[in-house]
Design a protein around this ligand. Structure first.
Ligand code: SF4
Ligand code: SF4
Length: 94
């Protein structure tokens, strides 16, 4: 899944234009129906070859609503982020 936006998202919109691959959609386009922003896991490249850390999380004003999720087969992922952190509980940026 790459990175995941949890329900502490305050719908501020800071992340969406930071994504280099347009993997983020706003609450109106969230396919889950939740009123929060959403990352398409099959589009997210974890900002590999674009930034040193996920740009969405770096721009997010919350205390960690963007968290690591499982890798997606065939998609770029960060080697330094192990499965122990890919639990939808570890913020991408502390
Ligand atoms: S980690 Fe990078 S590629 Fe993935 S959603 Fe965030 S900004 Fe987009
Ligand atoms: S920057 Fe964070 S709080 Fe704002 S819309 Fe994106 S995920 Fe939600």
């Amino acid at each position: 899944m790459a990175v995941y936006i949890n329900d502490t998202c305050i719908v501020c919109g800071a992340c969406i234009d930071e994504c280099p691959v347009e993997a983020i959609v706003d609450d109106a386009d969230n396919p889950t129906g939740e009123e929060i922003y959403y990352v398409y896991p099959d589009k997210c490249v974890e900002c590999v070859d674009h930034h040193d850390e996920p740009a969405c999380a770096a721009s997010c004003p919350t205390e960690g609503c963007i968290v690591w999720d499982k890798k997606v087969d065939g998609m770029p992922s960060r080697d330094d982020i192990g499965d122990d952190k890919r639990n939808r509980d570890t913020p991408c940026v502390e």
